[in-house]
Design a protein. Structure first.
Lengths: 414, 414
């Protein structure tokens, strides 16, 4: 038996202990939060080693920032766990049911998924977030973080496991894969029967690799080629404001926009107003021919590839379209199905856009940046699903569950 | 572009036309049912050719029976489609939502999955069933049936497509893969981005091959290593009755039982009573050592493999266990997670069994044979999911949908 198979078996066993845990799970979560705060010095020491090694390996500033822990961030991790504890426990909820004509009582009940594998990259706070959400929903978790954060992750996991064990729940509810080579994530993708679902969190390369190679069911997260369409009836100031917010408030996240589509009848007025706002943050515009006719030839010409690219940067593709149908077609063709918005005063076009755009979150007159578990009122999120199976959009504790049917009879046969 | 890629694109396009179709879908379904009845002669002619070829290739009696259509079966297919039409349309249902503190109104709305691929074997009635269920939920379907039924399936699909087109919906809502070689199902498993979900229907070999090889998300169906546990407080007559029903009413289906576990304190009385019923249908018993001590040495000794085998035949594995915990452990180890039952008079043990057994359907004092969409009141079913992601247990029209978030604002930014 390989190390990972053994971890899978331990996780299955732990999951059996967690499923009926009820209120003990919250006790464990509060203990985990406290233990992280109490363990701050040890965690920061491990993190300093990670940072030193990363610096020596020439890690970029932005990645170093993601890897860095400090007192505030550890407090935030602990508070995050407490907010998960404060959420409603979905397990045991009766989702539906009734009595059949033959007297059988059928109840559909919410139950844990079982064992969840999380494959992620440099941010050590994912270790605590994911462990807390999985445990809240009664699942055992196998965490496989990036090699850059292995010392931080190891220390955090040890602290969390000890806290879980103290409350009387199985410590193998939370396990960390020590081997951070590619081989370990490949093996996780093959552990059908031991891991019930894999959730990759990180960059597009990581996520696509898991989606393409996993035999274990995967929930695809986080790829966002998001659009704003400015309808001919739009309030131009609102449009510019929303586009500015959706592009520049945090360009590196999946709910930031990458392309703006503008109705040809409003383009001449709207484009200069939009550009004026974007110029405040020196956003690079890549425009179609009609955009360049309006904004000037110093706008970089957009090529086919621009429509499909998730820049995650201060770059925005801009296209003038013939109308709402043209915009909807463009989105159907290029969107990753994450978040899209229409800016309009037209009731009819608002209805049409929300009905026909096939994305996880479709907005009227609001920024796509709201696609987030917290903003939607779902509590902490484990990621944003861009697939249609099982969960779509921000995934909270509920999305980490399954259901089963319980049937109560008195000797019925068929 | 390959034939299948083109079909995938056509299906995507058709799905865009189906999503807002509303009542037109029911019109199409009723037209499909009528067209099948009107086309009986053509369908039977095509089916006769399939049967002739299958006979020449030495197909077994039971497979020939599955392949055979007649007037009654065509009527049943048509009625099946009408019953799907009569079900509530899930699309557009508002699953949840509310207004956030910043004034954003968030609605979670039920939408189609998009494009569904069905890979199945010899039964041509699956063609009509699957097409109807997918269409009802607003999905385009790509059907890939077995080569034995290709003439029947082609004729049925042509008839259904014509009926769909007549009502003004896209005929590519229903497409049949003409190539029945292994290559076509392998290619379907790679069509990520064009097929949203694959559902294999058929024998274990087919299903496992799809689960193991597909890059498209799969819903695993139909594998059932089901158990009945006879508790020490069981009503013996009820136990024997339920076991007889669950084993012999239709041994070839996934909700039939394969193993009976009997509490040691009741074994001496219960086993002979159970065996007496099973003898009526000449069920072969493969027993553990303690079972053979009670029932006699002419009972075939069970080996390890018996506990894991889905016989789908008049064979039953029988094991004496030390109690309910032992039974639950055995089920956790060997069950495929489909359906299990406890026969008991004990409130405590009923609660324990239903809470701790991690299967799609868990019964108290009833036959596992009820695990079925119709019996559960879900209407027609597309299969019984034995996985935990997305859907678990009998899957009806609702399980062929996803959701999306629609967010209505007035200029909100984050």
């Amino acid at each position: 038996m390989t190390v990972l198979e053994q971890m899978g078996k331990n996780a299955k066993e732990a999951a059996r202990g967690l499923a009926p845990a009820g209120a003990l799970k919250n006790k464990a979560l509060y203990a985990m939060a406290q233990a992280l705060e109490d363990g701050e010095a040890e965690i920061l020491a491990a993190n300093a080693q990670d940072l030193k090694a990363a610096g020596e390996n020439g890690m970029s500033e932005s990645l170093l920032d993601r890897l860095t822990l400090n007192s505030t961030r550890i407090k935030a991790m602990a508070d995050g766990i407490r907010s998960v504890a404060a959420q409603t426990d979905p397990i045991g909820t009766i989702v539906g049911g009734g009595v059949r004509p033959n007297g059988l009582k059928i109840e559909q009940v919410r139950v844990p998924l079982g064992v969840i594998g999380i494959i992620y990259e440099a941010r050590p706070n994912v270790t605590a977030d994911a462990a807390a959400l999985c445990l809240k929903a009664g699942n055992a978790v196998i965490l496989r973080g990036g090699k850059e954060a292995i010392r931080s992750n190891t220390r955090i996991t040890e602290i969390l496991r000890a806290a879980v064990e103290q409350t009387g729940l199985p410590k193998d509810s939370i396990q960390l894969v020590e081997d951070t080579s590619r081989a370990s994530s490949v093996e996780m993708m093959q552990l059908t029967g031991l891991i019930d679902v894999l959730i990759p969190r990180g960059g597009r390369g990581l996520i696509q690799s898991v989606v393409q190679n996993s035999r274990v069911p995967v929930i695809e997260t986080g790829s966002g080629n998001c659009h704003v369409y400015v309808d001919d009836t739009a309030d131009i100031e609102m449009a510019a404001n929303i586009i500015f917010n959706a592009k520049t408030s945090r360009p590196s996240v999946c709910n930031a926009i990458e392309t703006v589509l503008v109705h040809r009848d409003i383009a001449e007025k709207a484009l200069p107003a939009i550009k004026a706002r974007l110029d405040e943050k020196k956003v690079e515009i890549r425009g179609c021919e009609r955009t360049r006719e309006i904004l000037g030839a110093d706008v970089i010409p957009a090529v086919e590839e621009d429509w499909a690219t998730e820049y995650l940067d201060y770059i925005l593709a801009v296209k003038v379209v013939d109308g709402i149908d043209d915009a909807i077609d463009h989105i159907a063709r290029y969107s990753s199905g994450h978040s899209e918005a229409i800016i309009t005063k037209s009731y009819e076009n608002a209805q049409k856009f929300t009905a026909q755009v096939d994305s996880a979150a479709v907005y009227v007159n609001a920024s796509t940046r709201f696609t987030d578990g917290g903003e939607f009122g779902l509590g902490a999120e484990i990621g944003i699903s861009t697939q249609k199976l099982h969960a779509r959009g921000p995934m909270g504790v509920n999305e980490l569950t399954s259901t089963k049917f319980i049937i109560s009879g008195s000797g019925q046969i068929r």
